[in-house]
Design a protein around this ligand. Structure first.
Ligand SMILES: *[C@@H]1O[C@H](CO)[C@@H](O)[C@H](O)[C@H]1NC(C)=O
Length: 344
């Protein structure tokens, strides 16, 4: 009897080993999910970007939303991007949480904002039922809603790479007893992060789009309250630079901000002004890199063609605060010059 029991145990553990290896292998060769959103008939694309917003209309969220509607009337955006912290303070309690309607459906009511929204999760979203925001049930409640952790959005002339940045921050994990965050689907953490980095790198390397834009909730470079996210500077930034990413767009710091880099064409943009603003909370930053900082509320637009990408920041009154654009050819010449220099 005893040996046969042992055999059964061995067989079971063998089966488990096969399953575990299978899962590991499956995860290792996984790719980011891809979605498509067609550009306009003339090949151009325009997008509205807002972050850090869901406060049931308070802290000027409603005023920002009204102004977004006015800008969208003129711009006719193809879709809207949310840089995360979609629902304060603690995400959603579930797919039936009334906050979804109170902070999203009933706030962004302008006809010009009835477009697809593409969202990522912020740290505050992870403080509630994170899976609820990823659920197709929410898209049934409001068909504009679309949120996943990391994915690729192919918009023909440009590809957007959405990255789940919250699990990168050590401080959310520093207390092992902390049950504040909903880490379902994220643990074991090291494996999750290494897969995200591998998948993003692969998707960027294989992209043949004219423009590459990466979106995440957390900052890479920022003079705001949170400042740089050192984990992303160490792990994600080298991948963005190696793959000639044009823009990195984040929220998290409740401001509007444009930082350029002296060592690559990559521009760092913060659109985190969807509701509560952190007025006066700004650190010194090298003025040759700091192109624009606004510590009030607002949002950003992107206008993209085959040969040009531009962005504009707006305040709550619809005033244009800052505008920037770059041309594909100058970027190519730029990087050619840079290659020559690095060869010397
Ligand atoms: C709302 O926006 C106005 C205009 O920028 C500002 O004066 C006011 O302080 C803001 N209110 C809040 C609660 O942030």
């Amino acid at each position: 009897m005893v040996p046969s029991l042992n055999n059964q145990t061995m067989l079971l553990s063998l089966k488990l080993t096969v399953i575990v290896i299978g899962l590991w292998f499956g995860a290792a060769i996984a790719e980011l999910q891809r979605f498509q959103h067609p550009a306009k008939a003339d090949g151009s694309l325009s997008v509205l970007v807002v972050g850090d917003w869901g406060r049931k209309g308070t802290h000027n969220q409603s005023e920002v939303a009204v102004q977004m509607g006015k800008t969208a009337d003129k711009l006719n955006p193809d879709f809207i991007i949310s840089t995360g912290d979609n629902f304060y303070e603690d995400g959603l309690t579930g797919t039936d949480d009334p906050a979804f309607a109170e902070s999203f459906t009933n706030i962004y009511t302008a006809p010009s904002l009835q477009k697809q929204w593409y969202s990522v999760l912020g740290n505050h979203d992870y403080r509630g039922d994170a899976l609820a925001q990823l659920s197709p049930i929410l898209s049934q409640r409001d068909s504009r809603w679309f949120c996943l952790r990391s994915y690729v959005l192919d918009a023909e002339i440009v590809e957007f790479f959405f990255v789940d940045t919250t699990p990168f921050e050590d401080k959310y994990f520093s207390d092992p007893e902390d049950s504040t965050y909903d880490w379902r689907g994220v643990l074991p953490r090291e494996e999750y992060l290494s897969n995200v980095l591998k998948d993003v790198d692969k998707a960027l390397r294989e992209s043949s789009a004219n423009w590459k834009i990466v979106v995440g909730h957390h900052t890479i470079k920022s003079a705001g309250q949170h400042g740089n996210t050192v984990e992303l500077v160490a792990k994600l930034l080298p991948i963005l630079q190696a793959n000639n990413v044009d823009l990195y767009i984040n929220g998290h710091d409740h401001c509007l901000q444009h930082i350029s880099s002296s060592d690559s064409p990559l521009q760092f943009l913060t659109s985190g002004g969807g509701s509560k603003a952190w007025r006066g909370d700004v650190s010194w930053w090298n003025p040759t890199e700091m192109k624009f900082y606004y510590d009030g509320q607002g949002y950003m637009t992107l206008e993209i063609t085959q040969t040009e990408v531009g962005f504009t920041f707006y305040d709550i009154f619809g005033n244009v605060l800052h505008k920037w654009s770059t041309h594909l050819r100058s970027r190519t010449i730029d990087s050619a010059i840079r290659r020559e220099f690095s060869l010397c």
